[in-house]
Ligand binder design. Structure first.
Ligand code: 57M
Length: 359
């Protein structure tokens, strides 16, 4: 909105020319989103506590988590609010990708809200049934993937890191592949959100990577130099990633150990859906396996645990899944697990950035 209101004034006052620059608007998107979360956080925490929307801690979890009972949850509403307002403020609203990202943000947040509402307010232990949640996630993912696929100059080829000459074109099947990426990432972030600040901190790190990918992909000169696909308009996705980083930092201020608030499925499903969609738009969907490697590892740990459990009729591969609980049960204090997982996420960020030159 500010771009549309103030940039046109640059012909009279040259200072407003600055609104043309993606870097300027991204920087202030980070700061704006952070401030919204930082300033509204205490009120949201009080409000959720008043509404008695406190986390129920399942018995199966690590015993140490019982002390978290009653922690206000559904804090993802604050993240989504801050992210949406900031994006509307700083983005070029004529950009098609901005609206796709707002659709996936709010759509997945509504699915998570329904799940949280049934669990935390209606006290229905399961919330949405896994089947219904999966159907809703898949339907929304198919809509978003189709909207991306029909973009005029969007390419359905897959770009593999390190393999310059291997880029298969999926054609119409890209829609199903893209849906798998969005639903898979959404659930992987959801599973990762099991320790204070773990999911939001990892999301911020991944968003930094995709902010850079979006910026370089949207600049034809840099894209050609780096030999990555040029995606016209993806520079605005960098601003969206900046809003995500700012909202994440603002939420982390309160979700850091010991957490005063949890994001709930309203936050984790939405954040995962966003990351998957940004990876698709910037044509770095395969690289998501590296950038979002922590989420992949956490999700795989659950798949292997459940599979092994069924195969061996009760034996466990890990002390508990997802992997973060395994290390908790090994005796690592929660903050140590969180910080070490963040360090792994940062290492994966650096590796993913290095692939831009290693082609
Ligand atoms: C997603 N949610 C946390 C909070 C957060 C089949 C099975 C793998 C399903 C899986 C599952 O669905 N887990 C749900 C993870 C929960 O956090 C809430 O959920 C929201 C995110 N969806 O925002 O509202 C608990 O995580 C802890 N937490 C924090 N700090 C945070 O900032 O401490 C969350 C955020 C909260 C709190 O304790 O209550 C969660 O873990 O449920 N289930 C599991 O992941 C369970 N693992 C399991 O069953 N493992 C078995 C299976 C795989 C064979 C095994 O290993 O033997 C874990 N679920 C729970 N506790 N509740 C085990 C530990």
């Amino acid at each position: 909105m500010l771009y549309h209101l103030l940039y046109p004034l640059h012909s009279t006052y040259s200072v407003f020319n600055v609104f043309r620059y993606i870097t300027f608007r991204t920087t202030y998107a980070v700061l704006t989103a952070f401030l919204i979360c930082f300033l509204l956080g205490p009120w949201v925490i009080r409000k959720l506590a008043q509404l008695q929307i406190g986390q129920h801690i399942r018995e199966e979890g690590p015993k140490g988590h019982q002390k978290k009972t009653g922690t206000p949850t559904m804090g993802g509403t604050l993240i989504v609010f801050s992210l949406t307002v900031t994006t509307l403020m700083w983005s070029n609203l004529s950009n098609y990708y901005v609206w796709i990202l707002l659709l996936v943000t709010i759509g997945y947040a509504l699915i998570g809200f329904a799940d949280d509402y049934l669990k935390q307010v209606k006290k229905q232990n399961m919330g949405l049934s896994p089947r219904n949640k999966f159907i809703l996630q898949s339907l929304l993912a198919l809509i978003v993937s189709t909207l991306i696929y029909i973009c005029p100059d969007f390419s359905s080829t897959l770009i593999f890191p390190f393999l310059k000459n291997f880029s298969p074109d999926l054609g119409f099947f890209y829609i199903f592949f893209a849906s798998f990426v969005i639903v898979g990432t959404s659930n992987a972030v959801n599973l990762t959100d099991g320790l204070d600040g773990l999911a939001i901190g990892s999301t911020i790190i991944v968003a930094v990577a995709y902010m850079i990918f979006a910026y370089v992909a949207g600049n034809i000169k840099i894209a050609e130099y780096l030999q990555i696909p040029y995606v016209a308009g993806s520079g605005e996705v960098a601003i969206f990633c900046g809003s995500l980083i700012g909202a994440g930092l603002g939420f982390l201020w309160f979700n850091a150990y010991p957490a005063e608030i949890f994001m709930g499925d309203v936050g984790s499903l939405s954040l995962g859906g966003i990351i998957g969609t940004v990876a698709l738009i910037t044509k770095q969907e395969i690289l998501l396996v590296i950038v979002g490697g922590l989420f992949v590892i956490e999700a795989l740990s659950v798949i292997f645990q459940v599979g092994f459990f069924k195969l061996t009729k009760g034996k466990r591969m890990f002390r508990m899944a997802p992997l973060h609980h395994h290390f908790e049960l090994k005796g690592w204090p929660e903050p140590k697990v969180i910080i070490r997982f963040w360090i792994i996420a940062i290492a994966l960020l650096l590796i993913s950035l290095s692939t831009l030159k290693l082609r």
